[in-house]
Write a protein that binds this ligand. Structure first.
Ligand SMILES: [Zn+2]
Length: 296
């Protein structure tokens, strides 16, 4: 009997240790889920990384080019870099800092220091935070120059691919979120829209064609963004919400989820599904997540 209790205790302790190790691992390392890079030079893959309460989206473009939109908070910088290395890349062709909030640029200093970077785009918005100043210093130290992100700029264009900046459309805003660089990637018949933390004011200002198959909801699914009018213009089949489990902001907000459900749009959330990958050859579109058991 005693031995049985001892054995049971042993099993429980082992399980606890395994659980703790897994929990720590999840915090510092982005699980790529054993997903091999699917890019064969023709496929475009968008990785909406599970980075807690923040945004970081890594994009494998055709012809082995890459793009990174935001780099979450500082503690995720190393994990994001590791994830990109695991996909087989050492260069980022286009680096976008949508706006200078810590949950978007915190990990970017690490990225700037570790990768060869071709072009950086940031909106003309500034803050006085140490995170922002450190990033600017790292950009300078690495001999890079910042290109201004604003509506009307085309980042890349080839036969099948077009990458455009649709916002910001004004020179100044009261709310830093509205400076967010909004990016649209069109590949063949498919399009992806990335909102950063743009709110309803910025959504209203966009006059360009916003129609897209996959929409990264603005501001982590907050009710400040994704108005019903804008959603109707984008008319997506799937919406990705990047937010942290049990975050203090209550993201995604009930209003946003209800509007998406009402419109019959598939919802993918990094807080419940982990990293989400959308891939297209320009015709078919496939979306996978790291948690097939999750409801969506
Ligand atoms: Zn944010």
């Amino acid at each position: 009997m005693k031995n049985k209790i001892k054995a049971s205790l042993c099993v429980i302790i082992c399980m606890l240790i395994t659980f703790c190790l897994c929990a720590c691992n999840a915090e510092f390392k982005l699980n790529s889920g054993g997903t091999e890079s699917v890019t064969d030079g023709q496929t475009l893959s968008v990785h909406y990384l599970d980075v807690g309460q923040g945004d970081s989206i890594f994009i494998e473009l055709p012809q082995n080019k890459t793009m990174l939109i935001d780099a979450a908070t500082a503690e995720y910088g190393e994990g994001i870099a590791e994830y990109i290395y695991e996909q087989g890349y050492e260069k980022i062709d286009y680096l976008i800092a949508t706006h200078p909030h810590a949950d978007h640029i915190g990990g970017m200093k690490a990225v700037v220091e570790k990768f060869e970077i071709d072009k950086i785009y940031m909106p003309k918005a500034s803050t006085t935070t140490k995170t922002y100043k450190n990033l600017l210093q790292a950009i300078k130290d690495n001999g890079l120059k910042i290109n201004t992100a604003k509506a009307g700029i085309t980042i890349a264009q080839s036969t099948n691919l077009k990458i455009d900046i649709l916002a910001p459309n004004s020179d100044s805003y009261d709310e830093l979120n509205n400076y967010s660089a909004v990016i649209k990637i069109t590949y063949g018949d498919r399009a992806f829209l990335f909102m950063g933390d743009a709110e309803k004011l910025s959504e209203q200002e966009i006059t360009a064609d916003v129609k897209a198959d996959v929409l990264k909801a603005g501001h982590h699914g907050s009710s400040s963004s994704t108005s019903e009018e804008f959603l109707a213009r984008v008319n997506p089949t799937a919406v990705i919400i990047s937010c942290g489990k049990d975050n203090s902001y209550g993201h995604p907000h009930k209003e946003t989820l209800e509007a998406l459900e009402k419109a019959g749009i598939e919802i993918y959330r990094t807080d419940t599904m982990g990293t989400i990958i959308a891939s297209t050859d320009g015709e078919s579109l496939e979306i996978t997540d790291n948690n097939p058991a999750a409801n969506h």
